[in-house]
Design a protein around this ligand. Structure first.
Ligand code: PEP
Ligand code: MG
Length: 324
């Protein structure tokens, strides 16, 4: 089955009733991008830019970042590249920025967009590098850990300032660059309709969304059973987010590990996600799972799943309905 999946991995993922789902890759290095293309990725749905900042003593310069974004985009050869702005803090402390060490609850602390908005000059360096790389490539920007509408507006103001500066310096960039957000904080789900009016797309981050919805640290093995993305509480939040996005007319993807779960495809398809972004190794099997489904079946399974009273019951339901 693995070999069969690999052989078809370079074709688009289309359901039996003709619905196409974009299958993208989550990557965290140039090497990952090469593996992603070889595995059949149609683009990068999440470039975790932390790798540029971790394991060193000073922040990467604008030119250094520009060179890396440019190199990644070149490997992708016109396929879309969604660059997530820096998401340090939480379980990724950074000595030279002095974050993530002194907090009692780093996952509830100064992380991602919160840190960047408090350091606009630092944030601008990354935005400038991304914008410059957008001149000749198919790039999109994605903001992590958004909890409020004000954070999106503040980030867009800073982005607008960088764009003005570049125009003044006659440096070209993509004037139509799409800006999206990660939906991974429960408040963002609750106000998804308001957030959808501010951005071009959503990508649901079920790794963080699950830990915040279930109130269980994603790195703490003692609560690992509780922190289960198949719990109906999480699935209902995904449904609410997709509905808000589609009502507003924007597309919505999912880039948490749930998308690579061997049983989750019918639920995610049935809930109406437009794009799934997974680790490169999972692409062939995910595409195969999509090809075996019809949207009508998937919708019926998703409806049933959301009515279950535990993650285990969801799992049992999915096991029954999966074609071996
Ligand atoms: C997520 O939270 O689901 C996600 C994709 O981002 P990360 O795992 O990098 O926090
Ligand atoms: Mg996250």
């Amino acid at each position: 089955a693995q070999r069969e999946a690999k052989a078809k991995a370079h074709q688009p993922a289309v359901t039996r009733d003709g619905q196409q789902i974009n299958v993208f890759a989550n990557v965290g290095s140039i090497n990952d991008v090469q593996v992603a293309i070889a595995s059949g990725a149609e683009g990068v749905g999440l470039l975790r830019t932390e790798f540029l900042y971790l394991g060193r003593t000073i922040a990467p310069t604008e030119d250094e970042q520009f060179a890396v974004y440019q190199a990644i985009a070149q490997v992708l050869n016109h396929r879309p590249l969604i660059i997530r702005t820096l998401d340090v803090g939480g379980d990724k402390p950074l000595p030279y920025l002095n974050i993530g060490f002194t907090e009692a609850n780093p996952f509830l602390g100064w992380r991602g967009i919160r840190f960047c908005l408090d350091h606009p000059e630092f944030f601008k360096t990354q935005l400038r590098a991304i914008l410059r790389a957008s001149a000749e490539h198919n790039l999109k920007i994605m903001l992590p850990m958004i909890a409020t509408v004000m954070e999106v507006r503040a980030a867009k103001i800073i982005l607008g300032e960088v764009q003005d500066e570049l125009r003044q310096a006659e440096i070209i960039f993509d004037e139509n660059l799409q800006v999206g957000i990660m939906v991974e904080v429960p408040s963002a789900v609750a106000i998804a309709d308001q957030l959808a009016a501010e951005v071009d797309f959503f990508s649901i981050g079920t790794n963080d969304l699950t830990q915040y919805v279930m109130a269980g640290d994603r790195t703490n093995l003692r609560v690992a059973t509780l922190v289960d993305a198949l719990h109906p509480a999480v699935l209902r939040m995904i449904r609410q987010t997709v509905q808000a996005a589609h009502t507003a007319g924007i597309w919505v993807g999912l880039c948490g590990e749930l998308a690579a779960h061997p049983l989750a495809a019918p639920i995610l398809l049935g809930l109406g996600l437009d794009e799934l972004s997974v680790n490169p190794q999972s692409i062939p099997i995910l595409k195969q799972a999509i090809a075996r489904l019809s949207v009508t079946e998937a919708e019926a399974i998703a409806t049933l799943a959301l009515q279950q009273d535990s993650a285990n019951h969801v799992r049992a339901l999915l096991q029954q309905s999966t074609v071996p």
